[in-house]
Design a protein around this ligand. Structure first.
Ligand code: ATP
Length: 155
């Protein structure tokens, strides 16, 4: 089976008394209609890149945010079928890292990224485990909730 290795970020910001998480609405291709997904920023790990660098780069490209690495949260795995090209089954591993917001305006992304991302917005961290579309990403949100509960100094 084809394999893909990606990395992504759970970016948190403490704003008006609660933790917020940066979520994106990925643009779907024409072969994949249906309700828009709410997801975490992520992307393929390029040759020579460390996974946490990929995560930080993808966070910036897909959300417009600069973020500081806090810790690794975990890896998720899934299988999907490509809707383009070879229509191959793909086994995918995505490593997720926790970041703290540093600067930038959410959704202020380059025009070339707007082909991949419809929208980026802050959602309450406490709602993320039910708002995010994919089970593995929901689990990362729960891990982030646990981390901030155990690290009050992060605020
Ligand atoms: P990347 O963001 O890593 O460059 P991509 O946009 O090419 O990747 P995916 O986001 O992996 O590809 O999406 C490929 C397919 O897998 C889509 O049908 C998507 O709905 C589905 N998918 C995406 N994330 C997950 C997940 N965490 N669990 C299950 N299916 C997922």
């Amino acid at each position: 089976m084809a394999r893909e290795i990606s990395a992504g970020g759970v970016v948190l910001r403490f704003l008006r008394g609660r933790w917020r998480l940066a979520a994106i609405v990925p643009r779907r291709d024409n072969d994949d209609p249906g309700k828009p997904a709410l997801a975490l920023p992520k992307g393929i790990v390029d040759a020579g890149e460390r996974a946490e660098q990929t995560a930080c780069r993808e966070v910036f490209e897909e959300t417009g945010l600069k973020a500081e690495l806090v810790t690794k949260l975990g890896d998720i795995r899934y299988v999907y079928t490509r809707t383009w090209g070879d229509r191959a089954r793909v086994f995918k591993i995505v490593s997720f890292y926790l970041f703290r917001f540093a600067s930038g305006k959410i959704g202020a992304i380059a025009p070339e990224m707007q082909h991949e991302v419809t929208e980026a917005r802050w959602i309450p961290l406490d709602d993320a485990h039910r708002l995010l579309s994919y089970r593995g990403e929901r689990e990362m949100a729960v891990k982030a909730q646990e981390y901030v509960a155990n690290h009050p100094e992060l605020r």
